[in-house]
Design a protein around this ligand. Sequence first.
Ligand code: UGA
Length: 452
Amino acid sequence: MSERQVAPRRSIAVVGAGYVGLVSAVGFARMGHAIDLVETDPDRLVDLRNGRVPFSEPGVQEALTAALASGDLTILERTSDTSAEIVLICVGTPIDDRGHADLSAVEAVLADLAALETRPITVVRSTTPVGTCQRLLRDGHVADESRFFTVPEFLAQGSALTDFAAPHRVVVGRSPSADRDAQAALVELFGSFGAPVRLVSLEEAELIKNGANAFLALKISFVNELAGLAERSGADIGPVLEAIGLDPRIGSTYMRPSFGFGGSCLPKELQTIAISGVERGLAMHVTAAATEANVAHQRHFAERIDATMGGVAGRSIAMLGLAFKAGTDDIRYSPAIGLARWLLEHDARVRAYDPAAGGRASRAVPGLIVQDSVMEALAGADAAVIATEWPEFKDLDWAHARGLMASPLVIDGRRLLDPAVMHDLGFDYERVGSPSSGAVAKREASILGSQA
Ligand code: UGA
């Protein structure tokens, strides 16, 4: 048993060992609850049975090892094998090209639960478009409406375990006929984190989750749009955002300019929320624009690289970072992957390095050369492009890197580096949100100067 137990010990089944499921499972095990972790995917099951986390997320491997050793966590391959009193459904709800969520995995778990003799408290933690839980009830997928809830998760990859233990809020969505004891059990379980708890309807809970993610996406899209305007106005976005953020109504967090946002959540959430509006006869102008803007920002960055290099065809580019953000090996909707594809389509030679996502990326992008070290990626490169904000790129020995590169040009899509330091080291340094310093023009002028 773990030392820390902040709520009475519960038996909890977590169905689905993806980011949300596995983090929830080890997180609750750490709190001393008895966890059944159900995974049906054969490859993941092999990993888990061997005590291995099938993806990269800080702290999760250690927590899984400890939970298996303490006996607080048991791995199962069928939902029907659990007799837990609470079941958390954490399976995937991928969206199709038209923005509709595929709910077949959630429905399959509900069918398994309906076949049980017991009636566990059933909690949807997978992200679902507003109205989904009501539809599951209406279409007869739920065995007992009074024990059916949704408690959306708000974990961010790269800090998922920390977020699990310190949520900003706990949202418990329930139907009007919710069983009071079941509701109280969930409030006690999730309330043990000390965050404000909000008891709302099923639709409200879904909309809180959809809305929070969409709002975050809007924020970045706007920041990136403003960064583009700064680039074209001779302004630097850094001091602009710093001063704007001093107004507490705006705030200064989640305002880092980038060449676009990615991941399995924000792009998907924008699409789902837009579709949810359209299905109800409401045009979601702002939401739709945020998606368009995100595509445009990624294209603009690729074109800026092209312009800065005087064309990428035949040039060698070192791509630093492939994951959609630092701290994860996830490449879903990663702007870095989109950029690598664009560069390859435009006949650049791309040699990339990522501390965690290299394997996944080389399988996903034909023609991409993934190196084992950052210096190998940089050797002989005509330019380095920073695509993911890994701290190790910030801490790199850039003086050494300069000696390895064919041309000292760094184009920073994450504003990770200090321009003054880079210039002192002799680099041409370009970054999103700052006006172009005309690297090509400068270099050509210096070549002409040396020939004169
Ligand atoms: C997001 C939300 O932040 C979580 O609260 C939510 O629970 C999660 O989705 C989910 O629905 O499961 P996540 O996708 O893991 O989390 O990552 P974020 O940190 O939100 O980053 C998303 C993208 O935005 C990344 O590409 C990141 O690089 C980019 N970003 C983020 C910026 O470009 N600028 C910023 O200031 C912040």
